[in-house]
Design a protein around this ligand. Structure first.
Ligand code: IVH
Length: 716
């Protein structure tokens, strides 16, 4: 008789063995999710993975009382392995031409009149342009049958199950005049408040945060597990339609009211205008009220109201001639620069940050802006030329902030008239504020120019660098320890009972098990379950891809790509360690071998040598290797059609994330680059590809789309 619970058929499990088995499965599935999620090669086939999940579910059904809090059937956060089905839109989902000024709008309106040979201007509707993602909902006999994302406008993804979780989307249409076939189009979005609440929750759980409400809405709608979508408060505004077996009304305004009668939410700010002045007034009113809206908008959309005229106007290649989006300019605002603070990075860089009197810019409260380096504060750009007319920045200044899209806010200008007489230029520290070591600007030996960055020379003794190194170590592209985010790292670093000062300490946390648990569970924000969960998440990462291990060390100039190059070249941790020891001892052959690796140059070699020549680094390194097991690097396939080729991905991808695409290409032996040059062999371009695609065609580089790529690598 077998005693290994993993071998016992579900029907024969006792309560006790079922509990054990559920625990094993939770851990095992989490590990495979992490491998997959981290872009690593999965260790087991999809079928074997599904079998694990099915077994977990079967046991849970047999023993409902044993369902664990961390059960894979409950867990949120990992994308499943399957992909969305493709849907070809019955009518393409168009995009909109843009207007950036009042004149552009006047030109648009005139061109409409000219096209139609009208004397006056036909009425236009004006409504906010919602910053979300568009969705097409198909109703047959009044019932929702499918929901699809825009995709490339022609083919989208079937997200029906997810759309059904959105309260603003009726499953059955109500009211009158409902044609047999109705395709309603509109925008899925998340309110600013819901976005902030979700991020606060993710932060508390130590998970990576979303950038803005739009990305969050997109990420939430494109979850393969609709249970996750259901937990995200998504909203929907209806504003257009696709295929209709009959169009029951004659104008845009009337059609949108009909959509509202059928049960959709429509935007209350939509209005109809006959004159330019009033139209622009509405635009500016919406722009001014933007910050007070519950959701993000990025412009105002104008549409010809009369549907018969819309039909006559028709469309250009991918946008209608009867509509235009009047975009808002990048948001600017004046506020007080209260203080200039210095942050110290992992490699000792002193980075100045502007602490601002909070100000709303583009609907987001801005409290910080980047100041880059000391030259920037003085009014000198990277090229040595003046910026802001050479004006320096000082605490107490009134400064102009700009926020454009997802970019970190910038300071554009400072008002010298408002500067007080007693203000003094900012004195950039030459001593590290965290450890008191000298902070210096190195001279680049190649150019002879002074580095723009001032760096703390404290290295291992600098506590600020140590914390940043830890954050890097547990970060997404390194050890990716779930539940151990920046906040938790700060907590443990400064905690007197459970101090975590080096990466090794992380793996020793559990060892003090009983004691640690006891200490941790009494602390604010921690309970027994969360503490145990954390220890488990740490254990899951004891088996780690070699490149993640190398990257996690946080050696200067060793980024993710360099870590991958090193891992691939040395193959396993033994070979890597031996080579590094020789390098540190001044072995010329080891150095030559190192710089012979494609992608590794003198700068990286020197940084590695410096790191491994420091005994304290080597102590931590050796101790760490007693705790974790770096896994041999996968040898890239050399027989794949893209082996050895340099590939660039540009535009948006529909079937995989950028990270997935990159991991796939690398597994197949290709090198992925971010920019197109004469060295590029292949460009994979998705919708929205711009300058890179243009450059590729100028250079005559082969260009294919995402499907072409999947076909090429045999994954179609
Ligand atoms: S009308 C045929 N109205 O903007 C025109 N689009 O740049 C169909 N959008 O893909 C679009 N708010 O996702 C329209 N009130 C609005 C909109 C809106 C946001 C988005 C939509 C579209 C994109 C075009």
């Amino acid at each position: 008789m077998t005693t290994d619970p993993s071998q016992i058929p579900v029907e024969e499990l006792t309560e006790e063995s079922a509990a054990l088995e559920l625990e094993r499965l939770a851990r095992e599935i989490l590990r495979h999710d992490a491998l997959y999620h981290g872009g690593d090669a999965p260790e087991i086939s999809d079928a074997a993975y599904d079998a694990l999940r099915r077994r977990n579910l079967a046991i849970e059904q047999a023993f409902p009382g044993l369902v664990r809090e961390d059960s894979p059937s409950r867990r949120v956060g990992f994308v499943a392995l399957d992909k969305f089905e493709k849907v070809t839109h019955a009518q393409p989902m168009l995009s909109l031409a843009n207007a950036f000024s009042d004149e552009d709008v006047a030109d648009f309106w005139d061109s409409v009149s000219r096209f139609l040979k009208l004397d006056g201007r036909p009425a236009l509707t004006a409504e906010p342009k919602i910053d979300g993602l568009s969705l097409s909902l198909r109703y047959e006999d009044g019932r929702l049958v499918s929901a699809a994302t825009r995709g490339d406008g022609v083919v989208g993804e079937n997200v029906t199950a997810n759309a059904k979780t959105i309260a603003d989307i009726p499953s059955i249409l109500a009211g009158e005049d409902i044609p047999d076939i109705v395709e309603v189009r509109g925008e899925v979005y998340m309110t600013k408040q819901a976005f902030q609440a979700l991020n606060a929750k993710l932060e508390a759980e130590g998970k990576p945060l979303y950038v803005n409400p739009r990305n969050t809405a997109a990420g939430s709608l494109r979850q393969l597990d609709s249970a996750i979508t259901a937990q995200r408060p998504l909203r929907f505004f209806a504003y257009a339609w696709g295929e209709m077996s009959a169009v029951p009304r004659g104008s845009q305004m009337e059609m949108v009211s009909l959509l509202a009668e059928w049960g959709f939410r429509t935007n209350p700010l939509m209005q109809r205008f006959d004159a330019l002045e009033a139209l622009l007034e509405h635009y500016h009113a919406i722009e001014e009220g933007r910050a007070d809206l519950a959701y993000d908008i990025d412009g105002v959309v104008y549409k010809v109201d009369d549907l018969a005229l819309q039909a006559r106007l028709g469309m250009r290649s991918n946008s209608p001639r009867w509509a235009i989006a009047h975009k808002f300019p990048a948001e600017k605002a004046w506020t007080e620069l209260k203080e200039i603070e210095i942050q110290i990075g992992r490699t000792g860089a002193l980075t100045p940050v502007a602490r601002l009197e909070p100000v709303t810019v583009g609907g987001v409260v801005v409290t910080n802006a980047t100041l880059h380096n000391e030259d920037y504060i003085r009014g000198i750009g990277n090229d040595g030329l003046p910026i802001r007319g050479g004006k320096d920045l000082r605490a107490g200044d009134t400064v102009m902030i700009q926020r454009a899209g997802d970019v970190i806010p910038q300071i554009l200008d400072t008002d010298l008239e408002k500067r007080t007489k007693d203000s003094t230029p900012f004195e950039f520290p030459t001593i590290c504020p965290a450890c008191g070591s000298h902070a210096v600007r190195e001279t680049n030996p190649q150019t002879g120019r002074q580095d723009s960055v001032r760096r703390c020379t404290g290295g291992l003794i600098c506590p600020a660098q140590a914390v940043e190194r830890l954050k890097h170590f547990v970060g997404r592209n390194a050890f990716d320890i779930e539940g151990l985010g920046d906040k938790q790292v700060e907590f443990f670093f400064h905690d007197a009972d459970l101090p975590v000062k080096t990466p090794v300490d992380i793996f020793l946390l559990r060892e003090k098990d009983g004691a640690s648990l006891k200490k941790l569970k009494d602390k604010e924000g921690w309970g027994e379950t969360s503490a145990k969960k954390l220890f488990d998440a740490i254990d899951v990462r004891r088996d780690i891809a070699l490149y993640r291990f190398i990257f996690g060390l946080g050696i200067r100039h060793v980024g993710e790509q360099t870590a991958k190059d090193l891992a691939r070249a040395y193959g396993d941790i033994g070979a890597f360690s031996a080579a590094m020891r020789k390098l540190a001892a001044g072995d010329e052959q080891a150095r030559e071998e190192l710089i012979a690796i494609d992608g590794i140059g003198g700068t990286v070699a020197f940084a590695l040598m410096e790191f491994f020549a420091e005994p304290r680094n080597v102590d931590v390194y050796d101790a760490l290797l007693r705790e974790v097991r770096p896994q041999p690097a996968e040898q890239a396939a050399s027989d794949s059609p893209v082996a050895g080729k340099t590939v660039v991905f540009t535009g948006s991808l529909e079937k995989m994330t950028r990270d997935e695409a990159k991991a796939m290409a690398e597994r197949l032996g290709a090198k992925v680059s971010g920019s197109v040059s004469s060295k590029t062999d292949l460009v994979v371009a998705g919708p929205g590809a711009g300058s890179k695609l243009k450059k590729a065609s100028e250079l005559g580089i082969e260009t294919i789309d995402e499907d072409g790529w999947l076909e090429l690598v045999g994954q179609a």
